[in-house]
Design a protein around this ligand. Structure first.
Ligand code: ZN
Length: 247
């Protein structure tokens, strides 16, 4: 972006930023392909039009900008005042005139990227708090944005698919989903077994945990709650279990 480059020299952070920026470009491209009238049509998220998705993704960039500014300054600025405030803001922004909605999407993304680019290298380890109350280093804002832009590009429902995602993103999603499942849920947690990846090192499946097998991108789609159970199979036979909630 522009003539200036990231202040951080950490190769892991730079690689993570690249994946987030590719995701932003992917989302922006799918949005640009939609005519104004098509924004009023349903998205893949139940109860949300495409306008809601666009509003949410733009407001998410603003919320992550607040976390990045928190890391930069040490002045606590939460992502959202409350879950209710977050939802009300999405509902309002979804009603913006189309030009303003597109502007929100583009401008919020650029602002976040500038905050990341200019963040003091040492501040990436500063601890901030997510909307769910988790304390994380500022580096986590990159992954939080990455999964938003890529997956919500699919939710726009105009041609983007998980099979178009880069492999490192798909792998990151599978890891993220399994981590969250183990944190949020008790009982048998499904084990994801991608057929197009070398076997990952992991704890052996707990007794009774269903093992679900398929292409990594298809597993990521299903596990993130975007349907698509058909190409998957349960190891040992029987129906693929109901998917657990993720975010
Ligand atoms: Zn989201």
């Amino acid at each position: 972006m522009g003539a200036r480059s990231d202040r951080t020299q950490d190769p892991e952070i730079i690689a993570a930023l690249l994946l987030a920026r590719r995701g932003q470009a992917f989302f922006s491209r799918k949005l640009a392909e939609l005519r104004d009238a098509e924004l009023d049509e349903p998205s893949l998220l139940s109860g949300w039009t495409r306008r809601h998705v666009i509003a949410h993704v733009g407001l998410n960039a603003r919320a992550l900008t607040r976390l990045t500014e928190w890391a930069a300054t040490g002045v606590e600025t939460p992502m959202y005042d409350s879950p209710e405030a977050r939802d009300a803001e999405i509902e309002f922004a979804a009603t913006l005139p189309t030009r303003a909605l597109r502007h929100l999407s583009a401008h919020a993304a650029v602002h976040l990227d500038v905050e990341w680019r200019d963040l003091d290298p040492g501040a990436w380890e500063a601890v901030v708090r997510t909307a769910q109350g988790r304390e994380v280093p500022a580096t986590e804002t990159i992954w939080m944005r990455t999964r938003e832009v890529w997956i919500h590009a699919v939710d726009l429902d105009n041609g983007a698919t998980f099979r178009q995602f880069p492999p490192e993103l798909v792998d990151g999603l599978l890891t993220d989903v399994e981590r969250v499942w183990h944190r949020k849920h008790s009982g048998p947690i499904p084990v994801l077994e991608p057929t197009d990846r070398p076997a990952r090192t992991r704890e052996p499946a707990a007794d009774g945990a269903p093992r679900v097998r398929g292409r990594a991108a298809d597993l990521a789609r299903w596990a993130t709650g975007r349907g698509g159970v058909a190409p998957l199979e349960r190891v040992g036979g029987g129906p693929v279990p109901d998917v657990l909630s993720w975010l």
